[in-house]
Structure formats: structure tokens, C-alpha cells
Design a protein around this ligand. Structure first.
Ligand SMILES: Nc1ncnc2c1ncn2[C@@H]1O[C@H](COP(=O)(O)OP(=O)(O)OP(=O)(O)O)[C@@H](O)[C@H]1O
Ligand SMILES: [Mg+2]
Length: 296
């Protein structure tokens, strides 16, 4: 049987009258990367806060590394690392000192702390600013240091709430590499992201949360295949996409679409292309469909 790092069953959460999570069930096996996708306000951060014992749920249960989030709070806290929360950066210290301090607080010896700090500074491209105070650091530099601090000691489960928001492409890739390396060491990663590409690149499984429920769950390929085959894309003379038509992928169907486009398209500059569905298509498809249904 696969060992589960995270097991969530029937979790519910309301803030005043607003239902944020309306019965969430999820499982993440040990050593896998799981990505939770959802529009702004979907409840991603709330779910992470519940799982890391910072906020109580109204109903349902969850086990983290086998420990119950209510009756075994302390064990859960010991088993997890959460970015942006426990990884408090001290602005008056240098980047390096922040890492040393976390190492010492986590029980590493002086030399182990120094070695680990050097490694992480290198990995997150912070070596040049290692001995500079954090105070004037840019947002991206802080974000990288924050993550590095949370990785000084590897906990079995790492929660990353939008780890790469605000990072440039290079820093984002650096971070992706670091995350992938962690799973080689058996760490389980639960991340939220607004970047579909990030989920596509990193995650073994992805869930889309919308209107309080998980509306899709599976590998990136599973999700893409849910919305069927190829997408016919129409572009104007400036190469701007003007229409995207999802298809089942059969020659017959695509031919019919092309025939109808030929009849109804007047502009000479219009071009078409046929591409595989992206995660973006899945996401839009799911979240719009749900919205339409809830309005009905
Ligand atoms: N402490 C709180 N009190 C009242 N409402 C809250 C509280 N925390 C969150 N909410 C509400 O719950 C909903 C979900 O918020 P949450 O931060 O979990 O969403 P999210 O998916 O993380 O969004 P984002 O992508 O913007 O980070 C939002 O409508 C938010 O306003
Ligand atoms: Mg959030």
C-alpha cells in the first residue's frame, strides 16, 4: 500500500457566513509533489493553514505524516515546514546569519550550520549578498532567502504557499530545481500556485479547487485529457489569438470546424493552428463551467 503523507477527509471551513471549503477530500503519497490550483479567494491558503494547524476546521479531519491535525497538533508541527510562516527572517541580520541562526535553532552544530548556509546561499543564488543585511533586499531576494531558511533542515512535509509569486523566470527555475531535488530525498511537497505551468512542470498530481470543492484531480495529463483533444486556435494578422475552440480531436470534427470557419471568416489575415490542450484550458473550462452552473 502506498504510504500517505497527507490524508484529508470532508474538510469544511466557513468565515462568518462565507463558505470557503465545502467538503475537501485529498490524498498525497509520501515523496510526491502535489499542486493545488484555484482562482484568487478559492481557499488555498485557508486549506494550508488548516493542515498546518494554524486555523481550525469546522468539520472533517486530516492526517499529516500520520498525525491527526487536532489531537496531535505538536507532532504535526514537528513534521512540517511552512514558507512565510515559521521561516521568520530577521531584517537586521545578514542573509548568511539568518541561515546560521535557523541551523543552530534546529539543532545543527556550528560547522554544520555554516556548511548548510553556504550550500543554500549557492543554491538560491544569494552568495554575493551573503554578508549583506536583509533590510534593503528586493522582494525576490527576500522570497529566495525565506525559502532557503525553511529548507535549512528537511522536514518530511513541506507546504509552499505560492512559492514563486513575484519571482523572475530565473529565480523561479532555481526554485523549481530545489523543489524537485527535495523529492529525491523523500520530502513530500504540498504547494499552491497561480501558475499553471508551474503545476504542469512540478507536480505529480494536481487538484483544482473552486467554489469550495475539488473540481478536478489527477496528473497534468489526466486533466488535459478530461477536456478532450486538440484545440483549434484562430489568430488575427497580428498573431493575436481571437478564438479558441476545444475539439474532441477527431479528423471529422476538426474538418467540420474548419469548414464552418472558412465560411464565416471574412478577414484574409486570419490564421489557424491546432494544438494540444494546455492546463490553462482545463482550468478555464472547469472554473467557468462551475460558475455558470452556480448561476443557474
Ligand atoms: N481570517 C479570515 N476571516 C474572514 N475571511 C477570511 C479569512 N481568511 C480568509 N478569508 C476569506 O476566505 C476566502 C479564501 O481565502 P484564501 O486566502 O484561503 O484564498 P486563496 O485561494 O489563498 O486566494 P489567493 O489566491 O488570493 O491567495 C476569501 O474570500 C477570504 O476573504
Ligand atoms: Mg492564498
Amino acid at each position: 500500500m502506498t504510504q500517505l503523507a497527507i490524508e484529508i477527509s470532508g474538510l469544511k471551513k466557513k468565515f462568518a457566513d462565507k463558505v470557503v471549503l465545502n467538503g475537501i477530500d485529498l490524498e498525497v503519497p509520501v515523496g510526491k509533489i502535489f499542486a493545488l490550483l484555484g482562482p484568487n479567494g478559492a481557499g488555498k491558503t485557508t486549506l494550508i493553514h488548516i493542515l498546518s494547524t494554524l486555523v481550525p476546521a469546522d468539520a472533517g479531519s486530516a492526517r499529516i505524516a500520520g498525525y491527526d491535525i487536532i489531537s496531535q497538533k505538536e507532532e504535526v508541527k514537528q513534521a512540517i515546514s511552512l514558507t512565510g510562516q515559521f521561516a521568520a527572517i530577521d531584517e537586521m541580520l545578514t542573509a548568511e546569519e539568518n541561515l546560521w541562526m535557523m541551523g543552530r535553532l534546529s539543532g545543527l552544530s556550528r560547522s554544520e550550520s555554516r556548511a548548510r548556509a553556504r550550500e543554500l546561499l549557492e543554491q538560491f543564488d544569494l552568495t554575493e549578498v551573503a554578508s549583506k543585511r536583509v533590510k534593503p533586499f528586493s522582494g525576490g531576494m527576500r522570497r529566495r532567502l525565506d525559502l532557503a531558511v525553511s529548507l535549512v533542515v528537511h522536514k518530511p512535509i513541506l507546504f509552499l504557499d505560492e512559492p514563486t509569486t513575484g519571482l523572475d523566470t530565473r529565480s523561479r527555475r532555481t526554485l523549481w530545481d530545489a523543489i524537485l531535488q527535495l523529492t529525491d530525498e523523500g520530502v513530500t511537497v504540498f504547494l499552491t500556485t497561480q501558475y499553471l505551468e508551474e503545476a504542469d512542470q512540478l507536480a505529480d498530481t494536481i487538484a483544482v479547487v473552486h467554489a469550495g470543492k475539488i473540481v478536478a484531480h489527477g496528473t497534468a495529463d489526466d486533466l488535459k485529457s478530461q477536456i478532450g483533444g486538440e484545440v483549434v486556435e484562430l489568430r488575427d494578422e497580428h498573431d493575436v489569438v481571437i478564438k479558441e475552440i476545444p475539439t474532441g480531436g477527431s479528423i471529422h470534427e476538426i474538418k467540420q470546424i474548419l469548414d464552418s470557419l472558412e465560411k464565416n471568416t471574412t478577414s484574409e489575415g486570419t490564421r489557424i493552428s491546432i494544438r494540444r490542450p494546455s492546463l490553462e484550458d482545463v482550468f478555464l473550462n472547469l472554473t467557468t463551467k462551475e460558475r455558470e452552473e452556480s448561476l443557474r
